[in-house]
Design a protein. Sequence first.
Length: 294
Amino acid sequence: MNYENKNKAKTNPIKANLKHGLVKMKTIISLLLIIALVNQARCDVNEPSAQKPKDPNDTKTARPEHKHPAFTERIEERAKMVATQITSRNVKDSNVLKAMRTVPRHSFVQHPIKNVWNSNLTRAYRDHPLPIGFEQTISQPYIVAFMTEAMKLKPDSRVFEIGTGSGYQAAVCAELAAEVYTIEIVEPLAKRAEKLLKELGYKNVFVKAGDAYFGWPGKAPFDAIIGTAAAERIPEPLIEQLKPGGRMILPYENSLGFQYLVLVTKDDKGKLHKKNVMPVRFVPMTGEVQKKQK
Ligand code: SAH
């Protein structure tokens, strides 16, 4: 007997009905099971307790958006600024040059006094610092590029800045690094910079009003630290907050009043190495650093 015949011989109407009913029930049970599983999965997604915990080392933050119209304004002036003031003085890192060509410096030079604001606008891309109000200045483009290059930022770097000022240096760093934490001691400047950086789409810059002397302990350690106000000593908390292998660049003022940019590197064993890299002129760092050391 072949297989087909054997099956035929066994067929009887009662058994067939029973079998049919069983198959139907199995299908219904399977369907119910699938529905239950899908529902369970939905609940898992909605319930916070079932969400994966955030990896504290995950630094995938939002990138600058460049959607604001300012990015399409004065492109030629920026290109000229890079060619005549920056590459000509030997800043070579192509990512730094690209950032300097991208960030709309003219958006950062606004001043509360209208006439100064107007003249600042036309001078935004010139080879010198500019006033930004509250007796503070935005650094010369070349100095911004030089200091940024010195930090050797990588896409996953976390940066700390002393002195937000206009927010321009923070924006340049934000083009290269994952996150920039910046503190400004003059509160209205901090607020203005925070608002502007948000408007321009810099979601990876975090601004706080306060004394940068103490750093930002909750966000430390940092791969790089940049100081844009001159002090007679390197704030000790910042040395602590620099990662082994990290780089710090800041203006240091000696007892005769001469200022130098100092590059501080921390080796893998935590030892510091300091090098004077260029004479400069920055506004003073105020607050705790000016108090006499105990
Ligand atoms: N990085 C700025 C340049 C700002 S000039 C830019 O790109 O525009 C230096 C700034 O440091 C000033 O705004 C000044 O108010 C600020 N500053 C001085 N001492 C400070 C301190 N102890 N903590 C934070 N900011 C300070």
